[in-house]
Design a protein around this ligand. Sequence first.
Ligand SMILES: [Zn+2]
Length: 266
Amino acid sequence: MRTEAEAGVRTFRDCDLGIFKALKGSLTGIERKGKYLMVRFSNKLGFVGHLGMTGKFLKRAPGEEVKWSRARFILDSGEVIHFQDMRMFGRIDAVPVTELEGRPGVAKLGLDPLADGLSVDRLQAAFHGSNQEIKVALMNQERIAGLGNIHAAEALFRAKIHPERSAATLSPPEWKALVKAIEATIAFALDVEGDGEEIEYVEEGAPNPFLIYGRAGTPCRKCKTIVKSFTQAGRTTHFCPTCQPKERKTDGDQMRKRPRARRYRG
Ligand SMILES: [Zn+2]
């Protein structure tokens, strides 16, 4: 295998192109951490890859033209794996394999729901009493890896939690609901998005597979209330004011019987 790069493009913004061009040998490992791929080759070089909004790996026959091909891995058979990325929010960062774990985006990644498994205890530990708004906290890769803007909104809708609540205010039933909701959201995302192609936005007029994301101004699929949106940490948040009230509901008998202090114990 050998590699080719389209020089001077944003795809290689943190990358030593010399190292990218020196990648060769056979593939010895691919590991996913959150939204990042760590790829290792037998000559002890590798790269961290991120697909961004429009990036994908495509295997094509020798000589076949591929639009927006930013990086190419030319196999011994002559076939070519292209890193195609129209908008170049994706990234290729080639380094010696010993440095992969320390690269931006990979280092300090938080709980990985797929690799580590998810539970109320683990999620609470990841948030450790944070006062950050829960949707912003869910998107913080240092707390929990792999949830983007859409996934965070979907999980909170499923869990019936308002995006501006903080982790510190969640009740035990809400923590349980949130764990289930994150698992369901990831399962849904893997199903809809397939391998490695994350949807980060929905084109206007395109079919929208999501429960809440992109539905502002239309009736909630559960209760028919008009879905609202607002900007939170620079990203658009969609939510249902009825399904996800800002004040925590305390109308359940179960809740009232619990002594208040118990709700917050880890
Ligand atoms: Zn609703």
